[in-house]
Write a new protein. Structure first.
Length: 229
């Protein structure tokens, strides 16, 4: 079993979910008392959020790259950035390493294509929905990407940072997310990507008839598959 390096803390709620899913995946595959070999570097999220708001992405990349290098030196065999938005600096992190970085959008695209999807909706932070680092990566896999209207993008982003990243998963926000998911489905999305690793804690599969792709669960399961070879 290879050792997984996890860049976490962005937010720690989803990092805990990564840890749970990776261990459950190992248990399901190997049985017994097997568990995942994980090294985690948990970053201080407020500092990174301040840099995000200031548009200082190169500095964010420097911090994540330095954190990733400490995990590689500690023995990590492959690297995971446990958040969608921070994949904006994934190339900077990957360039700092000699071990593979498992990209969350690649794993999600594979899962979408396995379902036969060619057109998907995307929810996430404003950066994830509006910049091309994520949707462009999905496009490279042959997926057409739909995002919510401007007002709904603002709502989705606000709920992520003001509620979910603070540990609040509220029924009114769930209802709004489900409305937006239904709207994307009505516009032709065959599935909706929960493109922020906290959204799967708010919107569960039984909450909607629209197929959803939980990026946290997909990413974690993909990493375990690669770790076990």
């Amino acid at each position: 079993m290879k050792t997984i390096g996890l860049l976490g803390g962005m937010s720690w709620e989803s990092s805990a979910e990564y840890y749970r899913v990776m261990n459950e995946e190992v248990k399901a595959r190997l049985g017994g008392l097997h568990s995942a070999k994980i090294l985690m570097n948990s970053l201080e999220f407020q500092e990174l959020r301040d840099l995000m708001c200031a548009g200082r992405w190169s500095e964010i990349g420097d911090r994540l790259a330095a954190a990733a290098r400490t995990l590689e030196k500690a023995g990590a065999d492959l690297m995971v950035i446990g958040t969608n938005t921070m994949h904006k600096v994934a190339p900077q992190v990957a360039d700092a390493l000699s071990i593979p970085l498992i990209h969350i959008a690649d794993a999600t695209a594979d899962a979408a294509r396995e379902r036969g999807c060619t057109r998907v909706g995307l929810l996430g932070t404003a950066f994830t929905m509006e910049d091309d680092f994520y949707s462009g990566r999905l496009n490279e896999h042959g997926l057409e990407v739909l995002v919510p209207e401007a007002g709904d993008r603002k709502l989705v982003d606000r709920v992520i940072f003001d509620e979910m990243c603070r540990g609040a998963f509220l029924d009114p926000s769930r209802a709004e997310y489900l409305r937006i998911i239904d709207d994307l489905s009505a516009k032709g999305a065959q599935a909706v990507i929960l493109g922020c690793t906290e959204i799967g804690l708010l919107v569960r599969p039984g909450d909607t008839d629209v197929p959803t792709l939980d990026t946290c669960a997909i990413h974690a399961a993909t990493v375990v598959k690669k770790a076990l070879g």
